[in-house]
Design a protein around this ligand. Structure first.
Ligand SMILES: Nc1ncnc2c1ncn2[C@@H]1O[C@H](COP(=O)(O)OP(=O)(O)OP(=O)(O)O)[C@@H](O)[C@H]1O
Ligand SMILES: [Mg+2]
Length: 420
């Protein structure tokens, strides 16, 4: 066991696309936090590095102990590198490509329906255009059944949504009110494989962001521009509905072994309908999360630190049977199942040990983050980020807007820490 005065150093790799805001925040908070004492009594230090893309031997040993990935969903060199380090080197990944490449929206819908969640009625319809494959014409002529799109839509009922089975960022999503719109959208879908899904007429849209054992539920306004989508609102759900939204987000993540994911739910009265929860490594940009950005950065730091100091093993397999067994329990109510799912999920994320571990160090982290967010370095990051995201004529407006929201956070956080 390492001695107290010699820290074990863990190297965290970041796989990044165009973003510079959250990586800077993450690096800065870890640097300011410095070494921490692990539950083993040993001292642990953390370094971060932005990973570059280069040839790699499949037998190379990586230097990283943990990697946060925001790149591999579209860039296949790092994706294959991630698979290699997951398979060969036990590198801890947020998230493992093995757990999300095969789990697009469609698979995630199936799994959560199987667990009894209130996923709206959803039908997969075959491609509008022929698949680009020499064997298609023969196969389709022999095996494709003709189908009546109108009858399917009638059964689901209007309005409904047509959206790709593997969607993201509203690509190909349309709200459909009648047969004319149905056919127009289907004709336009081309080679995209589409779902038809019953539209939920909702009171509020609750979007949760989960990082490891922690979850933040935010009021989401999907029809607003990006900077207005997350509303700062602390009590928009009843406590019971709020718990259900948290449970659903954690359940999805524990089931798929996603460590960093967002989950969209539509709430009508006390009914919670999950509609989109395969968003591994979601957007955590300062310009979209604003007020919630410090929370997200803390949660990310806390989870990475916890995983590393406790030597949390990376898992490639899905242990679906444990969840399915609960789903199949006859005579158990929806709420009773949710309670068991929550225990399974919290167990998977080692929530009790996580909270115990951080209880002793949370105050220091809170101060580090407050001090940084209230200071000039953060303000420079804010200005730099706005300049890189918005056109010149909008800089002043968005800098003022974001400063206002961050001042609100600093004020509330100062009060909270003073009371603690
Ligand atoms: N069944 C539904 N009932 C009501 N609204 C829906 C439904 N499905 C989708 N929507 C609306 O359409 C939006 C986009 O749908 P969805 O989230 O499934 O697609 P996406 O491409 O993943 O979008 P994003 O990347 O913004 O999450 C949702 O944010 C919601 O406003
Ligand atoms: Mg969505």
């Amino acid at each position: 066991m390492p001695e107290k005065h010699t820290a074990t150093t863990h190297l965290i790799g970041l796989l990044l696309g165009t973003e510079d805001d959250w990586p800077t925040a993450f690096e800065e908070i870890l640097r300011r936090l410095g070494p921490v004492d692990g539950p083993d009594g040993a001292r642990h230090a953390f370094d971060t590095e932005r990973i570059t893309i280069e040839p790699f031997s499949l037998r190379d040993r990586p230097r990283y102990h943990l990697v946060i990935d925001r790149l591999a969903y579209w860039y296949y060199v790092p994706r294959e590198w991630l698979k290699k380090v997951a398979m060969m080197d036990n590198v801890y990944l947020l998230n493992s490509p093995f757990t999300f490449q095969s789990m697009e929206k469609h698979a995630a819908y199936c799994a959560m329906m199987r667990l009894g969640l209130k996923v709206p009625e959803t039908v997969l319809v075959p491609y509008k255009h022929p698949v680009d494959n020499a064997r298609y014409a023969y196969t389709a002529a022999r095996y494709n059944q003709p189908f009546d799109l109108d009858a399917i839509a009638e059964r689901i009922g209007y309005p409904l949504f047509m959206k790709p089975y593997d969607g993201g960022a509203w690509r190909g999503v349309s709200r459909i009110r009648n047969p004319a719109e149905l056919h127009a959208a289907y004709d336009a879908s081309g080679e995209m494989l589409m779902h038809l899904q019953k539209a939920i007429d909702y009171d509020v849209f609750a979007r949760s962001l989960s990082i490891g054992a922690e979850t933040m539920v935010m009021r989401f306004q999907p029809d607003q521009p990006m900077h207005h989508r997350y509303a700062v609102d602390h009590s928009f759900l009843s406590p019971q509905v709020g718990e259900e939204v948290v449970t659903i987000g954690r359940l999805v993540n524990a089931f798929f072994r996603w460590e960093f994911n967002s989950c969209e739910t539509l709430v009508t009265g006390d009914q919670v309908y999950p509609i989109d929860y395969a968003n591994a490594c979601p957007d955590v940009a300062l310009t979209s999360l604003h007020y919630y950005f410090p929370w997200a950065m803390k949660a990310l730091v806390k989870w990475c630190v916890f995983a590393l100091v406790t030597g949390r093993p990376a898992r490639l397999d899905l242990d679906t049977d444990r969840f399915f067994a609960v789903a199949d329990e006859a005579g158990m109510s929806y709420q009773e199942k949710l309670n068991v799912y929550r225990d399974l999920a919290d167990g998977y994320f080692d929530a009790a040990r996580y909270h115990d571990f951080w209880a002793g160090q949370q105050a220091r982290l809170d101060e580090v983050v407050l001090d940084w967010v209230a200071g000039p370095d953060f303000d420079q990051l804010l200005v730099r980020t706005v300049r890189s995201v918005y056109p010149a004529q909008e800089h002043d407006q968005f800098i003022a807007h974001l400063r206002g929201l961050m001042d609100l956070w600093v004020g509330e956080e100062t009060t909270r820490l003073a009371k603690a």
